[in-house]
Design a protein around this ligand. Sequence first.
Ligand code: CMP
Length: 141
Amino acid sequence: PKLDVRFDVAELVRRVPLFAGLPAERVTTIATLLRAQLALPGETIVRKGERGDAMFFIASGAVEVLVPNLAEPVTLGTGDFFGEMALLTRQRRNADVRALGYCQLLVLDEKDFRRLVQKDANLQSHIQAVAEARRQPTKSS
Ligand code: CMP
């Protein structure tokens, strides 16, 4: 029998705290914008210096962010997101992000990101606040 690797995107969306509290109708709408992607152990998902055209939400698993100037990689897990900085600043990826094991990701393409944050001020300010904290060299998440 063939292995079925399709995911229920709406179910994965609920694992992300940023979306979990939203009404079912909003979750359905957001789910249509997100694409499920499975990252393999050790896979580099985002590469420093590349142009960013999407951000990622972790529905399950963990990744490590190799932050330049930080001795230790920063670990992000289920419910966290990454790849938002390039979209917010329109600069290139500032770190490598690597899957620590199998990782179920939800990918939000840049054009959908712009539409989504334009319509949802809370979402926008939350993502901005997280990005801002990550820019502080003393803070890791
Ligand atoms: P971006 O620059 O698009 O691609 C690399 C990503 O790594 C970046 O977005 C953030 O999502 C993430 N990142 C960069 N620095 C940190 C940090 N100090 N802590 C956690 N995540 C980070």
